[in-house]
Design a protein around this ligand. Structure first.
Ligand code: NAG
Ligand code: NAG
Ligand code: NAG
Ligand code: NAG
Ligand code: NAG
Length: 306
């Protein structure tokens, strides 16, 4: 009887563990990996609280969908994808104007840490539209505006986007000024200082030669750096990189009950020259060593309970 119960536990425990990871490694269909995290104490401390995985229950169903958001002082932006090899993250602001929809602007503001660590890529272009004749980008800071791919000028947007045609229609003779510029302009001058009523952003600007504005990729691509905090060493030993929520000192999370400063396994597993503490947060079961660890834990726990 008791051995049956033990067997039952033995099979179920790994499943419980894998369904309750310390550090979630995905949100919806987006993989979450170092330096990012959606659980506090996971990932790199510099990226703390930057991502938010929010689960919403679809109407009328029991199916919940998880969406990942990039949190900034100016709001939450939906993360469309993260490319870990390119070190880029693509975000989309649903309240931004695009070629098909006109919406009032709100400023795009990053925290100081964000604009240093994860700024928009050089090929993310900000199109400032309906700028007043007093706008700095028409006067003193004229040189901050550019045309790109040789064949695209900002005024093109007024002519070819259904949403922006209104500017041309309202103008008697010449349409209001328009300026393609980069993030640094928007970083140093708010939309009010720039004196433009609308803006849109798109990325992969250098791949848009010959493409109509209708087909551009609206949103932003952010580029990030990965801090060198010895995460590789932790990861190789089967751990998950994280940090102490109080001191923000880096830790290597090995299991629910074991954290180490650098790597897992050292000294905890007999003959464990290859390490392998078996990270519960890793979800990579199937290794012999962790299984043995599970087994001994269960046997130990069982002798106490039974
Ligand atoms: C290990 O670190 C994580 C992340 O900071 C924390 O949530 C967890 O409580 C720590 N566990 C131990 C046993 O200290
Ligand atoms: C996460 O994002 C959602 C959606 O924008 C927002 O409603 C929620 O307040 C955010 N949560 C945190 C902790 O920032
Ligand atoms: C939700 O359920 C109501 C009543 O069952 C139905 O009339 C409505 O069409 C459903 N809405 C959606 C989005 O499925
Ligand atoms: C364009 O800007 C002017 C002020 O410079 C403003 O009065 C007008 O409403 C704006 N056009 C639209 C369509 O918002
Ligand atoms: C961009 O192109 C437009 C239209 O061809 C032109 O009027 C404008 O002077 C150009 N701007 C720059 C900064 O080259």
């Amino acid at each position: 009887m008791s051995s049956l119960f033990l067997l039952y536990l033995l099979f179920l425990l790994p499943f419980f563990c894998h369904s309750l990871p310390l550090c979630r490694n995905s949100c919806g269909n987006i993989r979450i990996d170092y330096p990012f995290a959606v659980d506090d104490g996971c990932g790199a401390p510099l990226y703390r609280n930057m991502l938010n995985c929010s689960t919403t229950l679809a109407t009328n169903t029991t199916i919940s969908t998880a969406d990942l958001f990039f949190e900034t002082p100016s709001g939450s932006y939906k993360v469309e994808s993260i490319d870990y090899s390119d070190k880029t993250l693509t975000i989309y602001d649903p309240s931004m104007s695009t070629c098909t929809i006109l919406q009032p602007h709100h400023d795009f503001v990053l925290s100081d840490v964000q604009s240093a660590l994860i700024p928009p890529s050089p090929d993310t272009v900000f199109a400032l539209m309906n700028c007043s004749i007093d706008s700095p980008v028409l006067n003193h800071y004229k040189s901050l505006c550019f045309n790109f791919s040789a064949d695209h000028s900002c005024d093109e947007l007024y002519g070819s986007c259904t949403s922006f045609k209104i500017f041309q229609m309202l103008a008697n003779d010449t349409p209001p000024a328009c300026c393609f510029t980069s993030y640094s302009t928007v970083k140093f001058m708010s939309m009010n200082i720039l004196d433009c009523t609308h803006y849109t952003t798109f990325y992969d600007a250098d791949k848009l030669k010959g493409e109509k504005p209708m087909d551009w990729s609206y949103g932003m691509k952010l580029t990030y750096g990965v801090p060198d905090t010895g995460c590789d060493r932790c990861r190789k030993s089967g751990g998950t990189c994280g940090f102490d929520v109080e001191t923000e000192g880096t830790v290597c999370i090995c299991s629910a009950s074991v954290n180490s400063t650098r790597e897992c396994g050292a000294g905890t597993v007999a003959g464990g020259s290859s390490g392998g503490g078996g990270g519960i947060g890793q979800g990579h079961g199937g290794l012999l060593l962790p299984s043995i660890l599970h087994l001994s834990t269960i046997l130990f726990a069982s002798t106490i309970f039974l």
